[in-house]
Design a protein around this ligand. Structure first.
Ligand SMILES: [Zn+2]
Length: 244
């Protein structure tokens, strides 16, 4: 290997490697009286923004504590270890506007939402924007938006699904497949496709089942946008196993 030249900073990260001496990059430092003070290096604002991104991401309270680190509950559980590894690799290499999406497949209760939320939180911590929505909940909100006096319009909801760098669409395929539902899903998927934004879909359906459920045009978009290389989630009920 050729001798290493002086390392060039990665494009776009101007002096990002210089960690603040006062707060060590945490945004806070302890003063003489051991009281935490916000640092004026700019990190404090970043930390607050990232925190509020997580709070505003739509992740339900019951999933808020889900992290990639807490998924593998038994030592030597190779399938779960592989899932966590793949999830981490995805979150770490996530890039705006060119990130491939993911399709997480497995039986109900196998932990897909946990991993989807874990990935989303990692991506948010890296400074990207992201949004979580359960597909059935979204459909209810869309239906409600047609009511007179509704606080949100369908256009606003669809725009919300388009905005963020990463959208998690949880549990696609559990809804009843009407033409209206299929059209809404297509609108969401296709808009993200056209604006080259990543989509993470979880589903209990196998490939053919999903194709039949969401329709051919949505399925082919989904398969084009989302990598299917992610390990299949194990069969045993993760929620039950977690209760033991
Ligand atoms: Zn600082």
């Amino acid at each position: 290997m050729a001798a290493k030249k002086k390392a060039k900073p990665a494009s776009g990260s101007t002096a990002a490697s210089a960690v603040c001496e006062r707060c060590g990059g945490y945004g806070y430092y302890l003063d003489e009286g051991n009281i935490a003070r916000p640092c004026d290096c700019g990190m404090y604002e970043q930390v607050v923004r990232r925190g509020s991104r997580v709070r505003n991401s739509g992740i339900p309270v019951r999933f808020m504590d889900k992290e990639l680190d807490t998924f593998q509950h038994q030592k030597g559980d190779r399938t779960r270890a592989q899932i966590v590894q793949a999830a981490r690799a995805y979150a770490r290499s996530f890039r705006k506007d060119e990130s491939e999406g993911l399709l997480l497949r497995g039986k109900p209760g196998s932990g897909k939402t946990h991993i989807a939320v874990g990935i989303l939180k990692e991506v948010l911590r890296r400074g990207f924007t992201g949004h979580y929505t359960n597909f059935n909940d979204l459909l209810s909100r869309l239906r409600d938006s047609y009511n007179r006096g509704s606080l949100e319009s369908e256009a606003e909801l669809l725009a919300e699904m388009e905005e963020s760098d990463l959208l998690v669409l949880d549990d696609v395929g559990a809804e009843s497949a009407t033409n209206w539902v299929r059209d809404r899903l297509y609108l969401i998927v296709n808009r993200r496709y056209e604006s080259a934004r990543a989509l993470l879909v979880t589903t209990n359906c196998g490939e053919e089942q999903l194709r039949a459920h969401v329709g051919e045009r949505t399925a082919s978009r989904l398969y084009e946008m989302c990598s299917q290389d992610f390990p299949l989630f194990p069969d045993q009920d993760y929620r039950l196993a977690n209760l033991r």
